[in-house]
Design a protein around this ligand. Structure first.
Ligand SMILES: Cc1cc2nc3c(=O)[nH]c(=O)nc-3n(C[C@H](O)[C@H](O)[C@H](O)COP(=O)(O)OP(=O)(O)OC[C@H]3O[C@@H](n4cnc5c(N)ncnc54)[C@H](O)[C@@H]3O)c2cc1C
Length: 382
């Protein structure tokens, strides 16, 4: 399908992660010719783990014939405190998946000819209503619309909004997964079928839930137990915390398998002092915990001519909202719907998309801030 008699509507996307792929799927469905450029060569290695399933993502997958997305489910929540005991139960069914499962479902819905791995976008400029994207190999791609889905460190956002940068939120997430077969037998029934939370003695909290196995299998025995522990780290110590076992300093995360042994040993000892003993046991049993810093990004605008920021390139919301991937899916659906309705009037469609993005992004950002600040305040009053 072509929007104009003489040419198809063309879209170039930088970033082949969740936001880039959500947009590629939604825009192809309305007839656009899409090309995703992802700078990582070859398959994407999962740096993350569990993700709470949200309706926006399921809706995008279903509307566009993508998926199915493997997921696990629980019947409710368990709230613990560091002193031990079985905690308080609350009925609240929820579903969980993993970053790998989401990426695999999205990637499978984008044909190979629309996705170029190992291709970095190094520059973007606009001539009339065309956007010119210069790639790492020096070639220039022309399109009607350019989407910057290049993540929280977006080079395109920094070029368009040089005063806006990702701000460190004051704490990090230590994360880990245990294959179900490695979960000690006494812990398995305690965590099964529940989304478990434990307050930490010096502020912060830890959570745990089952997710699909790394191959997407969700049958009992093949799942993984996923945990996240939010830990305060002074900004002055961040460089040290982000230095891996080979002395390499990372920008915002320590990938799986790179954390120094002494940092992991300290984490395990701290867990024994500060969180519920069964949660601490998960930390002790996990071979290779990894770390992500919690960042805040907000923007006053997302639209620059025919270039639109989307996903984490636009707003990075706190993980307590469980809303990063859902926001990416929402933005892709909004853009596709606006373009479909406006047809020839692309700029009107982009302006209405920007309005909705700012409204949704700011609301989610504020919600995440309130959730995050709640435990920061608790820590300050300890
Ligand atoms: C590997 C990985 C694992 C993750 N795991 C989790 C998780 O477990 N739980 C969770 O809540 N969130 C996780 N996230 C974050 C989550 O996916 C995002 O909040 C959300 O899905 C939106 O992401 P995004 O696509 O906007 O940005 P990102 O996922 O950060 O993707 C940006 C992409 O752009 C590419 N890129 C950057 N610059 C360029 C360029 N110049 N040219 C071309 N490509 C470029 C990057 O390589 C990257 O693939 C993960 C992200 C990644 C990349």
């Amino acid at each position: 399908m072509s929007w104009h008699a003489d040419h198809a509507f063309t879209v170039t996307i930088s970033g082949g992660s969740v936001a880039g792929l959500c947009n590629a799927i939604a825009l192809r469905k309305i007839g656009a010719t899409v090309k995703v450029h992802e700078r990582v060569p070859g398959p994407m290695m999962a740096r993350g783990a569990g993700i709470v399933v949200q309706n926006e993502l399921i809706g995008l997958l279903e509307e566009n014939g993508a998926g199915p997305l493997p997921f696990t489910s629980c019947r409710g929540r368990r709230y613990l405190n560091p002193d031990g005991g079985d905690g308080v139960l609350q009925d609240m069914p929820q579903e969980f998946t993993s970053w790998e499962a989401i990426h695999a479902a999205l990637r499978a819905a984008v044909p190979d000819q629309c996705y170029q791995a190992g291709s970095e976008v190094v520059k973007v400029s606009q001539t009339g209503s065309k956007v010119l994207a210069t790639l790492g190999d020096g070639s220039v791609v022309e399109s009607d619309l350019f989407l910057a889905a290049d993540g929280s460190g977006s080079a395109i956002r920094r070029k368009m909004l040089p005063d806006i940068d990702a701000r460190y939120a004051g704490y990090v997430a230590w994360r880990g997964t245990l294959d179900e077969s490695d979960v000690p037998p006494d812990l398995l029934p305690f965590f099964d079928n529940l989304f478990t939370f434990s307050e930490a003695r010096c502020g912060g909290h830890m959570l745990a839930y089952f997710i699909p196995g790394s191959d997407g299998v969700v049958t009992r025995g093949s799942r993984r137990l996923n945990w996240v522990w939010y830990v305060h780290v002074d900004a002055a110590d961040l460089a040290n915390v982000l230095t891996d076992k080979n002395g390499i300093r990372h920008r915002s995360s320590l990938p799986r398998g790179t954390a120094p042994e002494n940092a992991v040993a300290k984490l395990r000892a701290r867990a024994l002092r500060e969180i519920h003993p069964k949660m601490a046991a998960l930390v002790s049993e996990t071979r290779d915990p990894f770390l992500q810093t919690i960042l805040d990004v907000t923007v006053p605008k997302t639209l620059f001519g025919r270039t639109l920021l989307t996903g984490d390139a636009a707003f990075v919301v706190r993980p307590h909202t469980a809303g990063g991937t859902a926001k990416a899916a929402y933005e892709a659906s909004v853009l596709a719907r606006a373009l479909k309705l406006a047809r020839a009037n692309v700029d009107v469609a982009l302006q209405s998309t920007e309005r909705l993005q700012l409204e949704h992004g700011n609301a989610l950002y504020q919600y995440g801030l309130a959730l995050g600040n709640r435990w920061s305040r608790e820590r300050a009053t300890d």
